[in-house]
Design a protein around this ligand. Structure first.
Ligand code: FES
Length: 158
C-alpha cells in the first residue's frame, strides 16, 4: 500500500486546524476535507494515515466518509462536478442537465472519465436554489444553467 502523508503546506494547515477544536476528534471533518483536497479522494492509505495521526479508529473514519456525499471513498477526477437535481433545480431542468452532461461526455454518474478530467455527481440540494438550476465545479457554484452553458463550462476545464 502506497503511503500517504500531508505535504508540507497541509501539515501546517493540519496543525492550525487542531487549534480550533477542544478535542482532536471534532477536527475530523475538516481534516478529511484537507486530505481530499490534496489526494482527490479518501483512499485506504489516506484513512490509515489520518487514523494514525489523530488516534481515531479507521472504522470510525470510514463511517464518516460513507455518510457524507462530499467525501469520496473511490477515485474521482481532476474536476469534481456536482449537479443538483433536487426540487427547485429540477423545476428548471436540473435532471435534464445532469443527464445531458453524462450523454455529451459519454460518462456514467460517479465514475471518473478515462482521461481523469471529469467526475459527475448527481446531488441533492446544493443550498443555492436561487441560482437554479445549478452545479458546483470543484466547490465553485455555477447557476442559471442550460445544458449548453453547463457543457461549455465543463469543456474548458483543464
Ligand atoms: S434544489 Fe438545487 S440548489 Fe437547491
Amino acid at each position: 500500500m502506497k503511503k500517504f502523508e500531508f505535504n508540507t503546506a497541509n501539515k501546517k494547515k493540519y496543525q492550525e486546524l487542531l487549534t480550533h477544536y477542544d478535542d482532536i476528534q471534532s477536527a475530523l471533518m475538516p481534516v478529511l476535507h484537507l486530505a481530499q483536497e490534496q489526494h482527490s479522494w479518501l483512499s485506504p492509505e489516506v484513512v490509515a494515515h489520518i487514523s494514525e495521526l489523530m488516534g481515531i479508529p479507521e472504522i470510525k473514519i470510514n463511517e464518516v466518509i460513507s455518510f457524507y456525499d462530499m467525501f469520496y471513498d473511490h477515485p474521482t477526477a481532476r474536476n469534481v462536478v456536482q449537479v443538483c437535481t433536487n426540487i427547485t433545480c429540477s423545476m428548471f431542468g436540473g435532471r435534464e442537465i445532469h443527464k445531458g452532461i453524462l450523454d455529451h461526455f459519454q460518462l456514467h454518474n460517479m465514475r471518473p472519465s478515462q482521461d481523469g478530467k471529469l467526475y459527475i455527481q448527481k446531488m441533492e440540494c446544493l443550498g443555492a436554489c436561487e441560482m437554479a438550476p445549478c452545479m458546483r465545479i470543484n466547490n465553485i457554484y455555477e447557476g442559471h444553467l442550460t445544458l449548453k452553458t453547463a457543457v461549455q463550462k465543463l469543456e474548458v476545464l483543464p
